[in-house]
Design a binder for this molecule. Sequence first.
Ligand code: ADP
Length: 455
Amino acid sequence: AAYTSDVVIVGAGGAGLTAAIEAANNGASVILLEKMPMEGGNTLISGGEYAAPGNWLQKEEGIEDSKDTFYEDILKGGDYENDPELVRILADNALESAEWLRDEVNVTFEDYLLFFGGHSVKRSLVPKDASGVELIGKLTKKAQEVGVITHLNTTAKELIVENDKVVAVKAEFDGKEITYNANNGVILATGGFGSNLEMRVKYNPEMNEKILSTNSVGSTGDGITMAENVGAELVDMQYIQTYPTCDPELGTLLYVGDVRMEGRSILVNKEGKRFVEELERRDVISKAVVEQTGGVSYMFWDEASMKASGVNVKHKREYDYLIENGILVKADTIEEAAAFFDIDAKELKKTVEKYNEYAKNGKDEEFNKRGTLTAFTDGPYYIMKSKPAIHHTMGGIKINKDANVIDTEGNVIKGLFAAGEVTGDIHGTNRLGSDAIADITVFGRIAGRNAAKAE
Ligand code: ADP
């Protein structure tokens, strides 16, 4: 069987759906292929937070921010291994694309911001219910409205090149081969390769089977392989990020832990001591956790912080699950909470007292924690056990600022575009929290527009 459209997009996560909407908005007929039975990918299971410098909530809160500050934060967070030209595009367009999500795609954002690690100011917007479900739900609806045709359970296998141009995608549905011809262009938006053990270890032997993963099972790097097979350059493949505070048994992201991004929890080890700045970069915290007893950390907070963050209400299902499975404990005293995990209670009490002192003086003498420090007051107290798990693959296909795929000789591959986690060089060695949603939205839109116009 065969289908033909102006633009064929592979992968219906955040980047693919965004690209599909913009391609359709620019007059193209669009077919979107997704190998899973539903849209969403890693975007769906993410918190959906979006770093947007100069956004409307920052203005209300009197937080000063700029495109340049964001640009510098992304570069610094990635150890300046990023492509500055791509970072510039991301930083300059992040706010406008957040407004596009809000105004054109009807995404509802909550009325508070989160402070993600490594950013110099609080700038991350939070979609309704702090969940990627809001983003994917609204993007899917919009895509339907603008006439995008989505084929689910359809796995792209190969790109077809004719006269130096990518002209089609070979895919498989129900064991049968289908060819999708693209009049104008193909966009790869297949996400990362965090769920592909073989590929992970090939590029970074430390990311072996012992490390759990937060990723969707669909994140197997298919787009990277397909692009490589037609000559694309791959960049930064060795940079694989772990998220520092995941379920110690399953590896899933723990949203109850977002109390940390409200600046209202500390991380301690079995010895009851802090060991890292809680709002540091993910790679720095992860590395520090691995060095602690048992390779785990314990997040501590009090009732006032629970109330202020509301993570037990926003993420009630997860909260109940964590309590039932002994991953989170709620106790009236610090001693009792510590005893549950066999943490040195005396030291933990000392740690809390010291932290409260820092909060009073407005300065964390040990780790220089950024943001506002809030003292822990009364119980009940909470402790959550967690460990790092694979979260984001920074490396991938090399693109230029127009989302064209670049080959190993530095030339544009005609008819081929890429956007989202499948691409590399935007986040350098380490992506900062909430930069991925900005990335997939900004570059998804660029890829969609340009593929629609390609010849
Ligand atoms: P991004 O954040 O870059 O949008 P996601 O992980 O959210 O990345 O989305 C990528 C999507 O691509 C997932 O839904 C995944 O199942 C899909 N996908 C991956 N490989 C293929 C493939 N070979 N064919 C079709 N869809 C694919």
